[in-house]
Design a protein around this ligand. Structure first.
Ligand code: MG
Length: 378
């Protein structure tokens, strides 16, 4: 850590935890955050939550857990190359999806829909809620009592209405300041990871083909180059080679562009980073276009594929049936959740109990949500 840049997040200068705790003698504060996240219940559940494909469709697809590990791995590479705090990017990366619902994006849209009258549902805000309130394993506080810097990184987006309710952690969305460089890295590593592994999973599922990919500018060059270099490569190997190369180029560009940005803006400390009018961690214009092209390709060829759409409809159906059943009768939830909902209803009305129901549903794995749906409807 002696080579930590002066503008990196330094655990010795952390803005601290909500509840005061004694320092650990052999771990930094950000390492402790990472360890708490790994030991949390929400983290273990990520293994049975999906991104695009439903968990029971096959054992080879990404889950939220493998996705989070891939994000952490990309983010650590970038942080290390730039002398930024590797422990912090790892903690943020591993926690960034803790608030995700079952059934990937479809589940999150469905739950947001159910919660429309009760304050909505944002998965990012939910990740923060998980580490701040829902994990229950310490005697003196609820949540994991993480440092400000890890919590700041977890909350990537937030509506201004919600930001106003969050105190210091929501402030930057109102004042339009930047988070730490480590938070910025975890955010972009997330995008690099999911765009590329959705391509990989899409190919594996057969919903997109190498031929589809070769019609996209960014891939056609790579595919041609790979085929020239290794003419006897199978389609499968070629696709893997292309995705691997793509991640490598995106990461290299991110490091080079961000390093040049830092040189230009000359931040002296983390406050300068936060007060900078632009995010210093970013890709070059060329690579931003490339990522846009990738996103459009995925939207048109994978996310809107009839098979994926069918799954999306099922997810909407399952989540809304669960939500309505529980809102109708809190006792259809396990006792612990029912009691919380009854208490919230008494004190805050439906807005309170609906949030408890959303917490319960968001915490479900894909298979548990499917099973709960079967139990309630049979
Ligand atoms: Mg993610």
């Amino acid at each position: 850590m002696s080579n930590l840049a002066k503008y990196a997040a330094n655990p010795n200068k952390s803005r601290g935890r909500t509840h005061l705790e004694e320092n650990s003698s052999y771990r930094t504060e950000f390492q402790r955050d990472r360890d708490r996240i790994i030991h949390s219940t929400a983290f273990r559940r990520l293994v049975y939550k999906t991104q695009v494909f439903v968990n029971h469709e096959g054992d080879l697809y990404r889950t939220r857990l493998t996705h989070s590990l891939e994000v952490a791995q990309i983010a650590r590479t970038v942080a290390r190359a730039m002398n930024l705090n590797e422990d912090l990017v790892e903690a943020i990366s591993l926690a960034h999806d803790l608030g995700h619902t079952p059934f990937g994006h479809a589940g999150q849209d469905a739950l947001n829909n159910c919660m429309k009258k009760y304050g909505g549902f944002e998965h990012n805000l939910q990740s923060l809620r998980v580490v701040d309130k829902l994990e229950n394993r310490y005697p003196n506080f609820t949540g994991l009592n993480l440092t400000f810097e890890t919590r700041e990184g977890i909350l990537k987006h937030c509506s201004t209405t919600n930001a106003r309710k969050l105190g210091d952690i929501g402030e930057r969305f109102l004042t339009r300041n930047q988070p730490s460089l480590e938070a910025q890295i975890a955010n972009i590593a997330d995008q690099i990871a999911y765009n590329n592994h959705d391509i990989d999973d899409g190919l594996r599922s057969g919903l997109i083909t190498v031929e589809d990919l070769s019609e996209v500018g960014v891939f056609s060059d790579q595919i041609k180059k790979t085929k020239v270099k290794y003419p006897s490569l199978s389609k499968h190997q070629c696709a893997h080679g292309v995705v691997r190369k793509m991640i490598d180029e995106l990461v290299t560009d991110l490091i080079e562009t961000s390093t040049a940005n830092i040189k230009k803006h000359q931040p002296n400390n983390i406050s300068d980073v936060r007060n900078c009018e632009v995010a210093l961690i970013c890709s070059s214009e060329n690579f931003l276009n490339l990522q846009r092209e990738l996103k459009v390709f995925l939207r048109e060829n994978l996310y809107r594929h009839p098979k994926v759409k069918k799954m999306t409809c099922q997810a909407h159906e399952i989540i809304s049936v669960l939500f309505n059943h529980f809102l109708d009768d809190y006792n259809k939830m396990p006792r612990e959740h029912a009691l919380r909902a009854i208490y919230a209803d008494k004190n805050y009305g439906l807005i309170g109990s609906a949030r408890i129901i959303a917490d319960y549903i968001a915490g479900m794995t894909d298979r548990f949500a499917l099973q709960s749906h079967t139990n309630l409807t049979q």
